[in-house]
Ligand binder design. Structure first.
Ligand code: NAD
Length: 393
């Protein structure tokens, strides 16, 4: 099959197996070039392991700390006539590289919110790893089926309290225009918390603890984004931000339980904004990220998923320091370079100036798009995209 990108709105519906493998290899190479200084986890469970921050967590665990990794993902398998989703190809590439490096790597393609998935994962931990000492929770999902009632909840990306009008970028047409987002009602807020809040993270840790598959001193972290004034109305103070606040509640509860039973710990880790399949779906974020990339690249502080997670795991959670550096809410911060006054005021100035006509000049939309296509394995010079390739890997 000749595989080319097919973009529908903010998603690319095709993925290239060779390009996805290169995307994974680049991250492996980065991690090998930046090895950890201290001991790390030995057996790692990554929930949401196939793309974005979860994939990077798996790569740092495996190729940085030489850990065995078990992944959970929700991805589309390939057929003779249709490509798989990028996360499927990424995972096959990770598993191949890990196996060649002598590292155990297994992945469940299943609904992480279900009881069945948790039970299967626990059986596999018992059979192959014994116990896990790090659990990374990196799910990003628009829907969740409650495992007890079967009710399906959808998350919403809307402001809270009143309508918000903001500049936004249509990444398909490259047009910058004002969009008005209507406020969420109470049900929409509650449903978003149900999908993206901390409840499922807690259920995972409870299931793992009840099955006695958490090692002494086990750690767990879930990922969040906070941002500042420019993104508050559509993220931090909106439905998604409300759901993320619920992670703080869950972190405190899990932390207490892990501390008392195993001397372990739980924390929320705050990461910077960057292009992933999930962030491209959030209104206003593509324009913010395009401007942010420009400013942080000029400053020499730009980082992608792999740099952020390498800093988080080698520089914070497993740095060898006795105490983590936490903010006043008990979170680990890897996002601070994005939030400095200097970066934010420069982004804000550009934000007021940017239009459809000067988008290329004022922002790094080129960089945004390049990274977006790479998420699906496109845009690599080393790959001949006119060549026939078997989509079934
Ligand atoms: P992503 O879309 O790249 O990854 C989501 C992962 O979740 C994939 O592995 C996918 O297969 C998996 N998944 C989704 N639904 C699932 C289900 N029902 N069962 C099993 N697996 C499922 O997203 P990302 O941007 O890497 O986000 C990961 C986390 O990082 C999220 O909590 C997000 O809020 C957070 N975060 C993202 C950013 C950003 O800018 N992208 C910034 C800070 C924090």
């Amino acid at each position: 099959m000749i595989i080319k990108p097919k973009v529908r709105g903010f998603i690319c519906t095709t993925a290239h197996p060779t390009g996805c493998a290169l995307h994974v290899q680049e991250q492996i190479d980065y991690v090998k070039a930046h090895p950890p200084a201290a001991e790390g986890p030995k057996n790692v469970l990554v929930i949401g392991s196939s793309t974005g921050y979860g994939l990077a967590s798996r790569i740092v665990s495996g190729f940085g700390f030489k850990a065995n990794t078990l992944g959970v993902m929700f991805e589309k398998e390939p057929t003779e006539r249709r490509t798989a989703s990028a996360g499927w190809y990424n995972t096959r590439a990770y598993e191949k590289a890990a196996t060649e490096a002598g590292l155990y790597a297994k992945t469940f393609n299943a609904d992480a919110f279900s009881h069945e998935c948790k039970a299967e994962v626990i059986e596999e931990i018992k059979a192959s790893m014994g116990k896990v000492d790090l659990v990374v929770y990196s799910l990003a999902s628009p829907r969740r089926k409650d495992p007890d009632t079967g009710d399906v909840y959808m998350s919403t990306l809307k402001p809270i309290g009143g309508a918000v009008t903001r500049k936004s970028l249509n990444t398909d047409t490259r047009e910058v225009s004002e969009v008005t987002l209507e406020p969420a009602n109470d049900d929409e807020i509650a449903n978003t918390i149900k999908v993206m809040g901390g409840q499922d993270w807690e259920l995972w840790l409870k299931a793992l603890a009840d099955a006695d598959v958490l090692a002494e001193g086990a750690k767990t972290t879930a990922y969040t984004y906070i941002g500042r004034e420019l993104t508050f109305p559509i993220y931090g103070e909106a439905t998604i931000g409300r759901a993320k606040e619920d992670l703080d509640r869950a972190a405190a509860a899990i932390d207490q339980s892990l501390k008392s039973s195993l001397g372990g710990s739980a924390c929320v880790s705050v990461l910077k904004a960057l292009v992933t399949q999930s962030s491209s779906a959030i209104p206003v974020m593509p324009l913010y990220i395009s401007l942010l990339y420009r400013v942080m690249k000029e400053q020499g502080t730009h980082e992608g998923c792999i740099e952020q997670i390498n800093t988080l795991l080698t520089g914070e959670l497993y740095s060898g320091k006795d105490e983590l550096t936490l903010d006043e809410h008990g979170r680990v911060r890897v996002d601070l370079k994005e939030l400095t006054d200097e970066v934010q005021s420069r982004v804000e100035t550009l934000w007021h100036q940017v239009t459809t006509e000067n988008l290329t000049e004022l922002s790094d939309f080129e960089g945004y798009q390049k990274e977006f296509f790479r998420l699906f394995g496109f845009g690599y010079d080393q790959v001949d995209y006119d060549q026939d390739v078997d989509p079934v890997v």
